[in-house]
Design a protein around this ligand. Structure first.
Ligand code: SF4
Ligand code: SF4
Length: 238
């Protein structure tokens, strides 16, 4: 059985954000030992409060793998919307070849986990879950130490070389709080991505989760992702 991962290289423009280099270097030095201990497993970090107990919209996404044909419209839209640098990705498409030769495309990104393993390892509380369940990074606080990048089981975080901080999908929070859809959802020509609030029982995502079998990625991690896949091939969930 073979599978392969496809990546798309994208153009970008710089955000021009100011970086407090001295402060970052100092904090990075102080926290590097802690980061190494965390990465080696010699320190146990307790998970924070589950967001199921929080109020808010509980934003989530359903991805219908049957509807994705790997056109990369979502990847391009995300990169354009969020000034994602060339060579790194907030969302990407994995391509799997099943034993019968069928090709399956699986979009991936930050899962906006209910219990995110990236959050509690941050030494400066730069990354957090907002009131509506979106996992975010405060660029002003992030020192770029990489602890969160190491501790995401989905490889969803990366170091943004232009901004000098950790980066990842934000569910396009700047758009959704203006009543718009995330750029990837809006761009998908087949409706393979569905976004909405789990707090709203009438939303499309709530309806799908009530009526359709879906899967989360790497459920055994305890992260409890809030991206739910329909028709996910087993090869894509290892
Ligand atoms: Fe380090 Fe990530 Fe926190 Fe930034 S957000 S300070 S890279 S753990
Ligand atoms: Fe954090 Fe990774 Fe979960 Fe996103 S997918 S919330 S970066 S652990």
């Amino acid at each position: 059985m073979s599978n392969a991962v496809d990546e798309t290289r994208l153009e970008h423009s710089s955000s021009g954000k100011r970086v407090d280099t001295k402060r970052r270097e100092l904090l990075k030095t102080v926290t590097i030992a802690a980061g190494l201990m965390l990465a080696s497993g010699s320190v146990t970090v307790a998970r924070g409060e589950s967001r199921r107990s929080r109020r808010g919209k509980r934003f989530a996404m359903v991805i219908d793998v049957d509807k994705c044909y790997g056109c990369y419209a979502c990847v391009v839209a995300c990169a354009n919307e969020n000034n994602v640098p060339v060579g790194v990705f907030r969302t990407w498409i994995e391509r799997y070849v099943k034993p019968d030769g069928t090709v399956v495309f699986v979009p991936k990104q930050c899962n906006h986990c209910e219990n995110p393993s990236c959050v509690d390892v941050c030494p400066v509380n730069a990354t957090y879950v907002n009131e509506d369940g979106i996992v975010l990074i405060n660029d002003e606080l992030c020192i770029g130490c990489g602890a969160c990048i190491q501790n995401c089981p989905y490889g969803a975080r990366f170091f943004n070389p232009i901004k000098g901080v950790a980066d990842k999908c934000t569910f396009c929070s700047h758009r959704i709080y203006q009543g718009l859809l995330p750029a990837c959802v809006e761009a998908c020509p087949t409706g393979a991505r569905i976004f909405g609030s789990l707090e709203d029982e009438e939303s499309e995502v709530s309806r799908i989760l009530r009526t359709t079998k879906t899967e989360q990625l790497k459920k055994w991690t305890g992260n409890d992702p809030q991206i739910f896949y329909k028709s996910l091939p087993g090869e894509a969930n290892t």
